[in-house]
Design a protein around this ligand. Structure first.
Ligand SMILES: O=C(O)CCC(=O)C(=O)O
Length: 288
């Protein structure tokens, strides 16, 4: 579903928006199916959590980085309405996808409650510009229903956090809890927020529950002090080649791939990139 202009305006005005029904039903259903190639189904996990001690090690041990060896999950970061929303929010086509993570949480594995913080701590070497220049757009694509009992992200509307200095970027636990709003929405919804917005993860409110989301972050290219993942560092992981082969030149570009027309492309690079990525249609990059 196309994110509306009003929803994007909300990201600027209140720091976040929740877009219900964002993913089409078919993509959502196949993405949910593909999760079980990576994570235990909730009923399997809850039948015997001791089989899955990994999820109790830290709040973050359910994180899995791109790629996923599952075409539907590998294509979610470049879901056309998501890229469209990023282009419109950030007023640029010269974008980079600077983070893709899947995150599974299971109730009882660990306490997922966090203090309010802003995400810029590990998204930039410096601090966000509060006038919006080079804003980083961070998102959660919800792959399971998130009710108040399912550990929703809690977000403080921008107006309530404006007077709170950027540093320290984590508040004492409990501070601003009276101002927070729960990002509650059905599976397939999208949460968009900015890295200068106070928010936190919260714990589950009941047993036998779980939450699955894909986190996809975009920024305008050109400020090397901003970022999180270096895609060449992931390029040798299983599935990366297939994920790139399945993408269009524009989609690859979001990962930093040289665009058609770049002076990187010549007869040698075309031949050798073809050898590294068998099956990729390199015709768009061929010299005129
Ligand atoms: O999982 C969530 O809902 C938010 C987590 C979060 O804000 C973080 O880990 O930085």
């Amino acid at each position: 579903m196309r994110v509306t202009d009003a929803q994007l305006a909300q990201v600027w005005d209140q720091g976040f928006t929740v877009v219900e029904g964002f993913l089409d039903a078919k993509t959502l259903a196949s993405a949910q199916d593909a999760l079980w190639g990576i994570y235990p189904r909730p009923e399997v996990y809850h039948a015997d959590p001791s089989q899955f001690p990994k999820f109790s090690r830290s709040q973050f041990s359910g994180l899995t980085y791109f790629p996923y060896n599952a075409p539907v999950l590998d294509r979610l970061p470049v879901y056309p309405d998501l890229v469209d929303a990023a282009e419109r929010l950030l007023s640029s086509r010269d974008l980079e996808l600077y983070k893709v993570e899947l995150w599974a949480k299971y109730s009882g594995a660990i306490n997922y409650d966090q203090a309010h913080h802003r995400d810029f701590g590990n998204h930039t070497l410096v601090v966000p510009r509060r006038d919006g220049v080079h804003t980083q757009m961070t998102t959660f694509i919800l792959l399971s229903d998130v009710t108040e009992l399912d550990g929703p992200t809690k977000v403080v509307p921008l107006k309530d956090g404006l007077d709170i200095p950027l540093i320290p970027n984590q508040l004492p636990f409990g501070e601003m809890f009276d101002k927070e709003v729960s990002a509650i929405a059905p599976a397939g919804s999208l949460l968009i927020y900015k890295t200068d917005v106070l928010h936190r993860g919260s714990d589950f409110g009941g047993q036998g529950r779980s939450r699955f989301a894909m986190l996809v972050d975009f920024q305008v290219r050109g400020w090397p002090w901003n970022g999180k993942m270096s895609w060449p560092n992931h390029a040798e992981r299983k599935g990366f080649c297939d994920a790139m082969v399945a993408m269009s030149p524009r989609e690859r570009e979001l990962f930093g791939w040289p665009p058609a027309g770049s002076d990187y492309w010549n007869a040698q690079t075309l031949a050798d990139v073809g050898a590294r990525y068998p099956g990729m249609d390199l015709a768009p990059y061929a010299l005129p």
